[in-house]
Design a protein around this ligand. Structure first.
Ligand SMILES: *Cc1c(COP(=O)(O)O)cnc(C)c1O
Length: 395
């Protein structure tokens, strides 16, 4: 065996008692998308190619739509062959007439993106922006929504790790403006956090395949209320026209060629998600993410989000260390987490266990975080992170 050359990017291991295992450790995707995928779901991608207008494809598309409807707590779902951004664009252009007045309420990067999109598409956009890390105030949103045709929200703001109280915001906004269309980005809350589109009075709820659905990127989902399904616009949008898709997908087809292989992988992955009752699934996701936050606190980190989303644990590193140092140290252990976005690049780091991870992976990741911070020389009692994670998993 040749002796490996010294790697200038490898951090000093801080006197770790363990051998240097770089290059042998299992790589782990700990960023909030794309996520780890069940190898059995990946094998579904490798089946002989089927035609998308065959009886087999119609059965598959119908099966996936029925399973998605269960995960969206009863709302009818349309598939798009796009990432989550494309699904949001489809919902916006298919529901809201061009030039209509729209309120974009946000407190982070993804929420702000929907305001930019609506501006680019020719809507008259007003923005309500709260500071990063905070949760939107339902009363403020309700006050700003007067006279608007649509409200754009983000449920789980992945840039900050905040779960906004969409139920309360939607109720307050609708009390002000009864005919309002409410469009919600649920890309990282779908199959992760409690999400009840119909009970909460939401018109369109958007998600994508590479987060909670635990398959590769390339599919979007739009869950519609019955009222929204009735008022889809025919004349706006072509490749992402939900009026057309609704007619086709009710027959088990799509308007254009879908990513049928991904739909096959999704069919498998949804079975795994639906093997638990939704409340049990959401409860376990919450415990797993709390385990990471508690592990971080035990190592001297501080939780960033006012109202933490179970999709992503967002932590401020111990005082004196930069978040990018933490993510680099994790990367040296094969684990890809995410630093903060924009102004928060050095101030926060984000770890997600969405996808093919269970509670025992949460313990492993608590251990990885401990090792990564030890390598940086952060002071704490060894074993503290895994112990804290175990305790959170037991609650
Ligand atoms: C990942 C993500 C999206 C979608 O991004 P795409 O790259 O288009 O899939 C949208 N909103 C949030 C909150 C996300 O985390």
């Amino acid at each position: 065996m040749p002796t490996p050359l010294p790697d200038p990017d490898r951090p000093d291991r801080g006197g770790s008692p363990y051998p240097d295992l770089t290059g042998w450790l299992r790589p782990r995707l700990l960023a909030p998308g794309p996520v780890e995928v069940d190898p059995r779901a990946l094998l579904r991608l490798a089946q002989p190619q089927i035609h998308h207008r065959s009886p087999e494809a119609r059965a598959l598309i119908s099966s996936v739509r029925a399973k998605l409807q269960r995960l969206f707590a009863g709302a009818e779902v349309l598939l798009t062959t796009s990432s989550g951004t494309g699904a949001f664009e489809a919902a916006l252009t298919s529901l809201v007439p061009r030039e209509a007045p729209v309120l974009s309420a946000s407190a982070g990067k993804f929420g702000a993106r929907w305001g930019q999109m609506a501006e680019r598409l020719g809507y008259r956009v007003e923005r309500l922006e709260a500071p990063w890390g905070q949760a939107l105030d339902p009363g403020q949103v309700a006050a700003a929504v007067s006279g608007k045709a649509a409200l754009l929200l983000t449920h789980s703001e992945t840039s900050t790790g905040v779960l906004h109280d969409v139920e309360a915001i939607a109720a307050a906004a609708r009390a002000t403006e009864p005919d309002l269309l409410i469009l919600v980005d649920a890309v990282t809350s779908f199959a992760v956090a409690p999400l009840l589109p119909l009970a909460w009075g939401l018109d369109a709820v958007i998600a994508g395949s590479q987060k909670g659905a635990a398959i590769p990127p390339g599919l979007g989902f739009v869950a519609l209320s019955p009222a929204a399904a009735e008022r889809l616009l025919e004349a706006q949008g072509f490749s992402l026209n939900l009026a057309r898709e609704l007619r086709s997908q009710r027959l088990g087809e799509t308007a254009y060629t879908p990513a049928i292989n991904l739909i096959a992988a999704l069919d498998y992955s949804l079975d795994r998600l639906l093997s638990l009752d939704l409340e049990v699934l959401w409860g376990e996701r919450a415990r797993m993410s709390r385990a990471l936050l508690e592990a971080g606190v035990a190592l001297g980190c501080r939780p960033f989000a006012e109202r933490p989303s179970p999709a992503v644990a967002t932590l401020c590193p111990p005082p004196g260390w930069a978040a990018t140092e933490v993510t680099r140290s994790l990367q040296a252990l094969g684990a890809r987490a995410a630093a903060g976005q924009d102004a928060y690049k050095d101030l926060t780091f984000r770890i997600s266990l969405m996808g093919y991870f269970d509670r025992y992976d949460a313990l492993a990741v608590a251990g990885l975080l401990e090792e990564a911070l030890a390598a940086l020389g952060c002071p704490f009692e060894r074993g503290a992170a895994v112990r804290a994670a175990w305790e959170a998993l037991g609650t």
